[in-house]
Design a protein. Sequence first.
Length: 52
Amino acid sequence: MGRDMTSDLQIDRQRVSRHHAELRTEGATTWVIDLASSNSTFVNGHKVQQAT
């Protein structure tokens, strides 16, 4: 997900990087992975520093 037109999930916000984060699903679990975005990625107010 990100601002880039090639992103599967486009987010039109200045604070979102072109390639901001990735969602991965394994079975019933979905992981959020920050892609070294400029403004970080947060889940429930907590900064994503590894797959969360």
